[in-house]
Design a protein around this ligand. Sequence first.
Ligand code: UDP
Ligand code: MG
Length: 315
Amino acid sequence: MMADTLYLVVPCYNEQEVLSETARRLLDSLAGLLKMELISRDSRVLFVDDGSRDDTWNIIERLADGHPQVMGVKLSRNRGHQNALMAGLMTAKEFADVTISLDADMQDDISVLPAFMKKYYDGAEIVFGVRKSRESDTVFKRSSAQFFYKLLKTFGVEAVYNHADYRLMSRRALNGLSEFGEVNLFLRGIVMQIGYKTSTVEYDRGERLAGESKYPFSKMLGFAFDGITSFSIKPIRMITALGIIIFLVSIAVLIYSLVVNAMGNTVSGWTSTVISVWILGGLQLFAIGIVGEYVGKVYMETKKRPKYIIEKIVK
Ligand code: UDP
Ligand code: MG
C-alpha cells in the first residue's frame, strides 16, 4: 500500500526565535514517519506566516529554499491564529491526503505524530490531540484554561476537553470544514460539527521553545467569548429566563405594595427605589450588551469578508 501525503500545518506569528529549531525538528519527524512508511515522499511542512512583524517570513523563505519539504504561505496581514490555521489547512487541502496542525513553539509534543497517523490509517477522519496534564503551565494559565472549558460546557458548546488545535484532519474532513462559511472562526467548535469517525491521541504539552506567548489573558477571554457566542444562543436564553424571573418577582412586589398601600402604612421607600433602579439598569445594559454581541456577529457574517488574503506562497 502506498502511504498517504501528510502536511504539517504550522501558523507562525512573530516566531523568529523558534522557527529554525522548529523546522529542524519537524523535518526530522517527517523523515522518521517516512522511514516508518506512514507518509509519502511528497509530505511537507507548511508554515503560515500570519503577518509577522519580525524576521519570520524571511526565515520561512530561506527554509523553503533549502528544503524541498518546506512550503510557506504568507498572509497579507495578521489575522489571528484561527484564520492563519484555516489558510494553512485550505492550502494544504490541495496537495495533502491528511494534515496535522500544530503550534510553532513546539509545545505540542511531536513524538506522538506516528500515533496520529496510525489512528488515521485505522479510519479516523479527525484525530484530536488531547493534553494529559497541564503541569508545564503556570497556575494562572492552567486555571484560566480550565475555566474556559467549563464555560464552554456550561453554555452548551461541544468541544473536546483539553484539546486545542493539535489535530489531524483527513482531506475528507477538510472538505467538510471548507463548507462552513462562517467568518467567525472557532475551529475546535466547528470540527465537532463535521462528524465522521474521530479519535484522540494523548500527549504532554511542554514549554515554549523560546519567545513569548501570543495569547495574553485578554485575548483568551475574547476567544472564549467568541467561542460561546459562535456556537450557542444559551446566553440569550438565559437573559429571557432572567427577564421572566424578574417579571414574576415584580408581580409579587406589586401585590405587596398594593396591600401595604391599602393598609395605609406607605413608607418613604427610598432604599428600595434606588436599589431597583440600579439593579434593573445594570441588568438591562448587560442584556442589551449580550444581544448586541449576537447582532454584531450577524453583521460581520453578512459582510462575508475574506478570512484571510494570501500574499505569497513559496515551495
Ligand atoms: N499565532 C498566530 N497568529 C496570532 C497569534 C498566534 O498564528 O495572531 C500562532 C503562534 O505563532 C503559535 C500559535 O499560534 O504557533 C499559538 O500561539 P502561542 O504559542 O503564542 O499561544 P499559547 O501556546 O501561549 O496559548
Ligand atoms: Mg504556545
